[in-house]
Design a protein around this ligand. Structure first.
Ligand code: BT5
Length: 322
């Protein structure tokens, strides 16, 4: 649990005021640090009273701090035109799957995820108010085999929207420098017999106002706040992502990944770098040479050029691969 969430928990469970000294004692942090977190919580819409000799008291929590402003900033036709806003959820991807009968383009967005998901059952840290935790419910008219391209389209949209030198680490990470600022998880449901797509859920997690990460993530994760020293409006950035996503997604559905390949390749930090990939169950080292018309990464190894269409790719110099 992040410090700010712990402070929030203490305030919520308190019957009245809690002194800064008591919070600092309970969490083993300085009173100045407590104050800093209180200020950050206030900036996110929590109304917290502070009274000399008494301490802090939580008066109210922010409500729908994202959805109204987000809608106002959208200029899409159907992406995000229907919004399911949640204060707290296990995972926006899971919620989208549970409510897959909702209209195409519906956005599921939450202030906090209690079991945010990465790939392969990994966890995605999604602290309250710290980022954009959202999933789009989509019904693309494309063959099953091309669904993974949607992850690439989302990556491009996030990259454009975030700016700040963000680049794509193929296939599903957005990084600034060598640290990850966003992860994308695309899941789908299809008919096994006919291969017809029922729906696709494209989940994006973007670290916006996270001040610091737990120790195990410090070296590989970053946020816009950490990169720029400033807090950013999550609803504005979410709207920018959706505004960028719609045309890229439509182009991709109509013409295939080839139509966005050039821009994707320009934004892709993986190309030209030494990579370690799992290929046919073996670990292979090579140089990421290109991305083909289907979004497949092409890696030059001592046994020639190999296609990597999914799975794990470590880029030398990033996330601790030295
Ligand atoms: C991903 O998985 O990068 C996909 C993450 C997708 C998250 C979104 S949030 C909205 C939607 N709802 C969900 O439940 N999920 C999606 P993967 O490549 O497997 O990376 C996971 C790894 O990234 C973890 O094992 C950690 O090492 C690291 N990680 C966890 N939380 C992070 C964070 N907030 N920022 C950066 N790295 C993180």
């Amino acid at each position: 649990m992040f410090v700010r969430d712990k402070i929030l928990k203490i305030l919520k469970e308190a019957d009245g005021y809690v002194s800064g000294e008591r919070i600092s004692g309970m969490l083993g942090i300085s009173r100045a640090a407590v104050w800093k977190h209180i200020k950050a919580l206030r900036a996110d819409g929590y109304e917290i009273l502070s009274v000399t000799n008494k301490g802090y008291r939580l008066c109210s929590e922010p409500e729908n701090i994202l959805s109204d402003r987000l809608s106002a900033a959208l200029c899409t036709d159907h992406i995000g035109r229907n919004i399911v806003y949640m204060n707290k959820v296990d995972s926006t991807n899971e919620e989208a799957k549970r409510r897959a009968d909702m209209p195409d383009g519906t956005l599921f967005i939450a202030e906090q995820q209690e079991s945010g998901k990465g790939r392969l059952g990994r966890l995605w840290e999604s602290p309250r108010g710290g980022g954009i935790w959202m999933s789009l419910l989509l019904r693309p008219d494309i063959p099953l085999g091309r669904v993974s391209e949607i992850t690439l389209a989302a990556g491009l949209a996030v990259c454009r929207a975030v700016g700040c030198g963000a680049m794509i680490k193929w296939p599903n990470d957005i990084v600034i420098g060598s640290r990850k600022i966003c992860g994308i998880l695309t899941e789908m449901s299809a008919e096994p017999d006919t291969g017809t797509i029922n729906y696709v859920v494209c989940g994006m997690g973007i670290n916006v106002n996270i001040e610091s990460f737990p120790d195990d993530l410090k070296a590989k994760a970053t946020s816009l706040l950490i990169e720029t020293g400033e807090r950013h409006s999550r609803d504005e950035i979410a709207a920018r992502v959706l505004n960028e996503f719609e045309p890229v997604y439509e182009l991709l559905c109509a013409e295939g990944f080839g139509a966005i390949r050039e821009e994707y390749a320009r934004m892709c930090v993986t190309l030209g770098r030494e990579v370690r990939v799992i290929y046919r169950k073996n670990e292979t080292i090579g140089k990421a040479a290109d991305i083909d018309e289907n979004g497949t990464l092409l890696v030059d190894t001592e046994n020639g050029r190999i296609p990597v269409s999914s799975g794990e790719v470590s880029v030398r110099g990033m996330y601790g691969y030295a």
